[in-house]
Design a protein around this ligand. Structure first.
Ligand code: MG
Length: 261
């Protein structure tokens, strides 16, 4: 007679974990419901930066191969294009993520918008660094990658933003064709055994050496439509986005991470 009781408890527990996901989403929300357009972050011209990996860094991409990465969709070997020490987004192949899973870390990423970039707003060099990948698509926590050197969009969706949650403090974009850097400190969220949130995620981001996110407390996963919510996970890969817009694909190089307590 004990077995049915345990099964019922398990079902109740699962429902309790799933309930907030649905309860927090008002019906009929549109993408623009969570866009913020003003105030526009002021422009700051970045100085020269360097991002060579320190001695204890885990190298995620050094220009030679993409062995540290797999397809986020099916975990087959990554199929982005490696050439001349960089890799370029393969939009047809979709998002890629690290084989290794992380909790808290310091991350360095370099990326470049093509000098011949076309498009506007979100359809101009869109990619993204998902600080924790919680699913194959755009599930997780996205630090936006986009060309905003001279490209207005909603400010909580521009380069250096935590997508749809926090605009960058300033606009530190370099010109298309120039390499740019993200230096990120990620404090992962923690969860109780029942899946409820224990402590939220925090992120600090330097964009080309300029502070754009200062220990920002995330509201949950970053969503295209709807209000953010947390979904329990323990360790997660880092993911790079192959965005579906038609603009020229961007490139990445010199990606390394240092695990933190
Ligand atoms: Mg993006």
């Amino acid at each position: 007679m004990r077995k049915p009781l345990l099964t019922s408890l398990a079902v109740v527990s699962l429902l309790a974990m799933a309930a907030p996901v649905f309860a927090q989403q008002p019906t009929k929300m549109k993408p623009e419901d969570t866009e913020i357009w003003k105030p526009v972050p002021r422009v700051v011209t970045p100085g020269a930066t360097c991002g060579a990996p320190p001695s204890d860094a885990i190298i995620l991409f050094d220009g030679k191969n993409e062995d540290a990465w797999v397809s986020a969709q099916d975990h087959t070997p990554a199929k982005w294009i490696v050439s001349n020490g960089i890799f370029t987004v393969n939009k047809a192949a979709g998002n890629i993520e690290t084989k290794r899973r992380f909790k808290n870390y310091q991350l360095h990423v370099e990326w470049k918008i093509p000098s011949d970039i076309t498009g506007s707003s979100q359809a101009r060099g869109n990619s993204g660094v998902f600080l924790a990948s919680t699913g194959p698509g755009d599930d997780g926590y996205e630090l936006q990658v986009l060309d905003n050197y001279n490209n207005p969009t909603y400010v909580n969706g521009q380069a250096g933003s935590i997508y749809k949650q926090s605009p960058p403090l300033v606009n530190a974009n370099r010109k298309p064709g120039e390499w740019q850097t993200y230096d990120i400190v990620w404090t992962a969220p923690t969860f109780r055994s029942d899946g409820s949130l224990n402590t939220p995620a925090y992120v600090t981001v330097f964009f080309n050496g300029v502070l754009v996110q200062n220990h920002f407390q995330l509201k949950g996963q970053t969503l295209y439509i709807g209000k953010p919510f947390y979904k329990a996970y323990d360790r997660a890969p880092i993911k790079l986005q192959a965005h579906g817009d038609k603009s020229e694909p961007i490139s990445y190089r010199n990606i390394w991470v240092r695990e933190l307590p």
